[in-house]
Ligand binder design. Structure first.
Ligand code: C5P
Length: 219
């Protein structure tokens, strides 16, 4: 492990999408490359943190030096997160699917001419809200992300209060921004002190700035 301002700190990062099975060959998911979460894990590790990286099936390379836990579904992600606690800080960068298929089929659903399947959904646990609202053993710093396409600041500010996390890293993911799947990001850091706009920069730069803020906050 590298030595740095986060030496001795244990930090959880969730990243990537979750896949919610429909049947053994099909799933529903959110779009997520895992790039920002991976960059964050790298930045925290380089500053000395002991990082546990809980990731869904993402394309991005796994961060070297972090302890990597691979999961597939939101339910598995929540379970893995609960095993990792307690931590000094928890960063939820995963794009968790809001819904799962209520009863996934054990065998492949066959295509039938003229007949369309219908799916029943069930709500997934909100991992960020669950951890933010823990009455015992809540991490001292809980950070969520908010990928929005409209009213970014208003929605992200409301989300921070609704979920109960300390900070929200908000970003505008309208397709024309090129942020989704791209190498740059424009974020606003929302805390109880208000909204702080950061200039557009590379995802690894965003990660380093955020890691520095986390180190400052943990003292
Ligand atoms: O509500 P929304 O999905 O926009 O919230 C995004 C934030 O909440 C992200 O930090 C994401 O990792 C987290 N989240 C979660 N579990 C869910 C849904 C979102 O941890 N089921």
């Amino acid at each position: 492990l590298a030595e740095g301002p986060l030496t001795g700190r244990r930090i959880l990062v969730t990243s990537g999408p979750t896949h919610e099975p429909i049947d053994p060959v099909r799933y529903i998911a959110n779009r997520s490359s895992g790039a920002q979460g991976t960059a964050l894990a790298r930045a925290l590790t380089s500053m000395g943190a002991d990082v546990v990286f809980v990731t869904g099936p993402a394309d991005a390379d796994r961060p070297v030096g972090a302890h990597v836990v691979e999961v597939e579904t939101a339910a598995e992600m929540l379970e893995a997160v609960q095993v990792v606690l307690p931590v000094d800080a928890a960063i939820f960068a995963a794009a968790v699917a809001d819904w799962r298929v209520a009863t996934a089929s054990d065998s492949k659903i066959k295509k039938q001419a003229g007949a369309l399947p219908s799916l029943d959904f069930a709500e997934n646990p909100d991992i960020l809200a669950t951890v933010s609202q823990m009455t015992e053993g809540r991490p001292p710093l809980v950070v969520g992300f908010a990928a929005e396409t409209d009213d970014v600041i208003a929605n992200a500010t409301a989300k921070r209060l609704r979920k109960g996390c300390d900070w929200i890293v908000a970003n505008d993911v309208r397709p024309e921004t090129g942020i989704m799947g791209g190498s740059e990001n424009t974020v606003t850091l929302i805390s109880d002190e208000g909204a702080e706009h950061w200039p557009r920069m590379g995802k690894s730069e965003v990660a380093h700035h955020l890691a520095e803020r986390i180190a400052k906050q943990l003292g």
